[in-house]
Each structure stands twice: as structure tokens, then as C-alpha cells.
Design a protein around this ligand. Structure first.
Ligand code: SF4
Length: 453
């Protein structure tokens, strides 16, 4: 792709062309992270009349590498490549009819000490350097307001969209857990992958149809049918395998190409795997806003700042209600599914924070995914998992912090632990490291059994 080398890139574009935009009559471009999750989210958007499109991923990695310096986080390089590749293909497909103003590229951000908050700014600068692409808006939802969707569709439907979108996240987590629960025990190789692909398509259809009316019972009925079908794939003669928990950076641990399909590699060496969920991160962002509002409220009380006290009180009610809703919905879905198959439950964020406080391991005040990863590792070990893997982009700040704290801790707890940092290169020793880790996990399994059930 040709850039406009003499073009003056204006910083105004970072505020005018990155933010929350109305999606009416636009194509909302969604980058792939966890495949099932983004497809159900896109289906939900479609049900609400938004023309959402999941972009191909990883095909534009060369472009991503070309237009980054190498110092950016790996997910930033991949997603930069995804959007540039999509635009290149779209221009070829539409020719003269290509209109960049028809698209809003969806790139959320996090308010915190790491670099996720800068992806969309950086990508704005890159897009602005190409002819026409400066007119492609970047739709940025932020953790600052708990990923509020205000303004993207008509006001009266925003709450329903948010609730259904959250529900789609939980159902996608369940389909992922179903995949990891069934595949190590499948009767014939490939059956589970086929089944999950079909199930994802069925669920997309279900969300598009029933999502707008928030007809969650109908969605759950369909999910139950899927679970029953999946159960039949399990070969009852295959004995239980060592249970491995996964934590880490959300993009890498859920993006199969980026993590070089590490779950499948672990399964090849005899594991059954449970990855941390996406809903856990969504709950964490809401929990963290609630936590901040509470801290602010206490400070206001001490300093008698009455105006801000009211603001913080409003936030406590709003984020508190949101969190309660999310946790209840999540519980409802897991309860229905667990009555049919023994899937692993999800962690409550308040419980994870209490784990960190017990031994003063880390603080939610410092933020980032390290809060969830460190406490998640301890919880897996306590639940009797036979090993834990931390998956993250090479140089990722929160994950490196996690690793520094987790390694000595896991030695103490006697649970096998493995760090797996990724960039686009293939390290020859990676598979050997996984094999060694799985040997330790098998030994742990022989000695202690599998208590995570
Ligand atoms: S979590 Fe890690 S990979 Fe993601 S933006 Fe932060 S430092 Fe980069």
C-alpha cells in the first residue's frame, strides 16, 4: 500500500477521528481476538441493525510489521496488519465505489499504565498516512466508563444492546470451554472442531434473531441442545487427563494464530486445558470502576467535597448495578450448562482481589491484567489444577510482572508453571519447553490426582 509521504498528520485527528461514533449506516469492522466471541458479538450487533463485519486476521501480518517499528506490542502489530489488509482488499473489491467514510474500525482501549490505550492512537496515525484512510473513523470503547456503548445506536436501545452483548460474551466463553472440555476426549480426531464451528454458526443465527428482544431463554435453550450434542462426542473410555489452567494477556491467550495454537499443543501432550474467560475481563473493568468510585466517595467524605460526593455515589449505584447484573447473568448461564456437563466455573473478581490481599501479592491499585493473572494462578493451584501456563506477548509489561511474582510462588505451592511469551517468530525450543512442562504436570497428576473438578 502506498502512503502519502508528504502528508501532514494532524494531532486533531486523534480526538476527532477516535472515539464513540454512531454506527447507523456504517460498516463496523471488528478485529478478531477470540474467534467465537467476536462472531457472536458481531451477530448481536447485526440483530440490533448494525452492519458489523469480523475482519480476517493474521493475513496482513506483513503489513502490520511494515508499518510498526518493532517496539509496539505484538497484538498492536497484528491488528494494524488486519485493518490495513482489510482496507487494501476492500479497495480492490469496490474500486471507484470505495468510500472510507462508510467504515468505523472498532478498537477498544484500556485506561491504565500499559500500552493498550495507545493502539488506536498509533493506528490513527498509520491510517492517516494513507490516501483516503484518514476518513476511516476508529470506534474506541474504553474501560474508563466500563466499555459504555452510549451514542453508537439510538439511546433507547443502548442498554439492551449492552446486556445482549455481555450475554454473547458469556455464551462464547461457554462454547470455548466446551471445546476444551470435549476435544481431549473426542471419539474421532476432528469431530470437536467441526462441532464447535457448526455450533458457533448456530449461535450467531440465534443471537441475531433473539438478541434484540433479550430473549435469553430461547438462546439458552439452543445452547442446551448444543451441549447435549457435544457430550455425545466424548469417548467415555478415555480416562481423565492432567488439568492445565491458562492465564495471561487477553489477546494472546485467545488468538489461536498469535499463540501458535498453544492449547492444541498442550492437548497433544496429554492435557485438558481451561483458559481464563473473556467475561472475567469485562467483569474486572466494571469492578474496577466500582472500586474507584468507592475510593473516591470515601475521600470526598473525609474532605467534605459534597459536589463530587454525589457524583461518586451515582457511579457506585451505576457500576454496582452493572456488576451485579453481569455476575447474575453469568451465574445463570453456567448453572444451566453445568447441570448438563462438568465445565469449569469462572472466577469472581472480588474473590480474586481477596486472594491478592491475603498474602499481599499484588494490588488492584496497580491495575492491569496482572491483577487477574496472579490471583488466577493461585486459584488454579488451590483448586488442584496440575499446572498453569502464562501466555503473553514478548515484552508485555503486566505479564512480565505476573511471571516475576508467579514463579517463586508456584515453586512454593508445588504446581508446575510455564511462561510462554510470543512474537511472530517460531522459537525452536518452545515445543520442548511445553513437553517438559507436561511431563511435570503428568507427575503432579499421578501424585495428587485432579482436584479441579
Ligand atoms: S497488556 Fe501487554 S501486550 Fe497488551 S498493551 Fe499492555 S503491555 Fe502491551
Amino acid at each position: 500500500m502506498e502512503t502519502e509521504s508528504n502528508k501532514v498528520v494532524s494531532f486533531k485527528s486523534l480526538t476527532d477521528s477516535v472515539g464513540r461514533f454512531n454506527l447507523t449506516n456504517k460498516t463496523c469492522l471488528i478485529p478478531q481476538m477470540n474467534r467465537i466471541g467476536v462472531h457472536l458479538l458481531a451477530a448481536t450487533f447485526k440483530g440490533f441493525g448494525i452492519h458489523a463485519k469480523v475482519m480476517d486476521t493474521y493475513k496482513g501480518l506483513d503489513l502490520g510489521m511494515e508499518y510498526t517499528s518493532g517496539k509496539e506490542c505484538y497484538p498492536c502489530q497484528i491488528t494494524t496488519g488486519d485493518i490495513l489488509y482489510f482496507m487494501e482488499k476492500e479497495k480492490e473489491r469496490l474500486g471507484e465505489d470505495f468510500n472510507p467514510e462508510n467504515y468505523v474500525y472498532f478498537m477498544p482501549e484500556a485506561d491504565g499504565p500499559c500500552r493498550f490505550g495507545m493502539y488506536n492512537k498509533y493506528q490513527r496515525i498509520v491510517l492517516d498516512s494513507f490516501p483516503q484512510l484518514d476518513r476511516v473513523k476508529i470506534g474506541a470503547l474504553t474501560t474508563k466508563d466500563g466499555y459504555s456503548l452510549d451514542g453508537i445506536i439510538e439511546e433507547e436501545r443502548v442498554r439492551d444492546l449492552r446486556k445482549t452483548a455481555y450475554f454473547s460474551v458469556v455464551v462464547a466463553d461457554i462454547l470455548d470451554r466446551l471445546l476444551w472440555r470435549i476435544r481431549p476426549y473426542e471419539k474421532e480426531p476432528g469431530m470437536t472442531d467441526d462441532f464447535i464451528e457448526r455450533s458457533m454458526n448456530a449461535m450467531e443465527h440465534t443471537f441475531e434473531k433473539h438478541g434484540p428482544n433479550k430473549d435469553f431463554d430461547k438462546i439458552l435453550d439452543r445452547l442446551e441442545e448444543i451441549v447435549q450434542e457435544g457430550k455425545a462426542i466424548i469417548d467415555p473410555d478415555i480416562p481423565p487427563k492432567p488439568l492445565i489452567g491458562i492465564v495471561g494477556e487477553i489477546y494472546l491467550r485467545t488468538h489461536v494464530q498469535a499463540n501458535q495454537d498453544v492449547i492444541r499443543v498442550l492437548e497433544r501432550y496429554g492435557a485438558e486445558v481451561v483458559n481464563a474467560s473473556i467475561a472475567e475481563w469485562v467483569n474486572y473493568t466494571t469492578y474496577d470502576r466500582l472500586r474507584e468510585a468507592r475510593i473516591g466517595f470515601r475521600m470526598d467524605l473525609k474532605q467534605l467535597r459534597l459536589g463530587r460526593l454525589k457524583e461518586h455515589l451515582k457511579e457506585i449505584i451505576s457500576f454496582g448495578g452493572e456488576l451485579l447484573y453481569q455476575e447474575l447473568r453469568q451465574k445463570q448461564v453456567y448453572k444451566r450448562v453445568k447441570s448438563l456437563i462438568d465445565l469449569k466455573k469462572d472466577h469472581r473478581v472480588a474473590h480474586l482481589e481477596s486472594i491478592l490481599k491475603e498474602d499481599d501479592l499484588y494490588s488492584f491499585d496497580a491495575g492491569t491484567e496482572a491483577c487477574l493473572s496472579i490471583s488466577g494462578i493461585v486459584e488454579y493451584a488451590r483448586e488442584g489444577y496440575n499446572g498453569v501456563v502464562n501466555i503473553y506477548p514478548f515484552t508485555c509489561m503486566p505479564s512480565t510482572t505476573t511471571s516475576a511474582i508467579a514463579k517463586p510462588l508456584m515453586n512454593k505451592l508445588g504446581t508446575p508453571y510455564l511462561d510462554t511469551p510470543y512474537d511472530s517468530s517460531f522459537q525452536p525450543g518452545r515445543e520442548a519447553a511445553i513437553r517438559t512442562f507436561m511431563y511435570q504436570a503428568h507427575q503432579h497428576f499421578k501424585r495428587h490426582g485432579r482436584k479441579g473438578d
